[in-house]
Design a protein around this ligand. Sequence first.
Ligand SMILES: Nc1nc2c(ncn2[C@@H]2O[C@H](COP(=O)(O)OP(=O)(O)O)[C@@H](O)[C@H]2O)c(=O)[nH]1
Ligand SMILES: [Mg+2]
Ligand SMILES: [Zn+2]
Length: 356
Amino acid sequence: MNQSNLDALGWDSWFEEQAGLHCASTDSVARVVTVDREQLLLLNEIDSFRAKLSGKYLHESVSSAELPCVGDWVCVIKSEADQFGQVHGILERKTHLRRKAAGESVKYQMIAANIDFVIIVQSCHYDFNVKRLERYLVMVKDGGAMPYILLNKTDLVDSVVLAAQLAEILKAGITAPVFTLSNVTKKGFDDLKAVLSPSKTYCFVGSSGVGKSTIINGLVGHDVRETKGVSSTGEGRHTTVRRELIILENGAMVIDNPGMREFAVLGAESGIDENYSDIVELSSQCRFSDCQHTNEPGCGVLKAVAAGVIDAKHYDNFLKLRNESEFYQMPYAEKRKKDKDFGKFIKSAKKDLEGD
Ligand SMILES: Nc1nc2c(ncn2[C@@H]2O[C@H](COP(=O)(O)OP(=O)(O)O)[C@@H](O)[C@H]2O)c(=O)[nH]1
Ligand SMILES: [Mg+2]
Ligand SMILES: [Zn+2]
């Protein structure tokens, strides 16, 4: 195999050794670009190609953490004639990013493998929360990657507010490098771009809506990732669920992260992500990325409630709090409209009373 080009994808002597242990001599190695159920998109020194998992991965006893995830290096068999390659081995992960899945026993859900840096994104407008930042930092440390912190949407806050947030990070003893950015004014964009090195892998994490996909689109130079519109009516809004490894022009690799969506919906101020982390975690198992956990098919939360894993009362409280915080997170115009409707409702109720 052409080693020098694999090097560009992050391949090194450590993986070479792993390949010797895990792959047959007739195998080739490739890096996982996306995972879509049992189908994968792989990339090697020549090209990208589709592959499927070999039978041993399809057993029920195989935990999700043992399945290939984005960023993994895999052993693959593919002849010219085959439409799909077949993945039958995973090289040991040098680093990983994973989170605890809900449930009794400690299970982990893989987010990405073999990443060098995790870029933790928070929006300084509404999303900023040092406690949550610290939880992300623990998650990064656990997997052996290096953290960067990125405060986005600086155009929406006063410089005094931003300075206070930076001070709060320092006060918490956080030593990870902090970047500030606005995709609107582009301030800070060059600083971020400058730290992304060729053949290194960077994984973006953070609440839904903080601007991860927008940042990645900016780095690529055109839209490769769908971003959420400003409207929260749901119309025409579609966010990609898949994680994907994207190679930038300078050779740095970035992974977007569509997960952790609940954190933003719930809002840091509400404390919901604190008290309902079990439900937040379960939502990663829902079939639809925008699942509201009320009546959607394939809802992981409803399933857990039905099975008694989640207490029904706990679930009810979650819904109540969430609905409140959703109102809080609504764009101003919509909030006003709701307020107005409520005002009208009060007025007409008063009228009814007066009429009596
Ligand atoms: N004002 C402002 N809005 C931003 C900025 N970055 C992203 N957005 C908006 O925030 C929303 C969510 O962005 P998106 O990239 O989809 O967030 P993701 O869920 O983290 O991928 C979109 O409406 C973006 O246009 C920024 O720097 N400033
Ligand atoms: Mg996104
Ligand atoms: Zn759900």
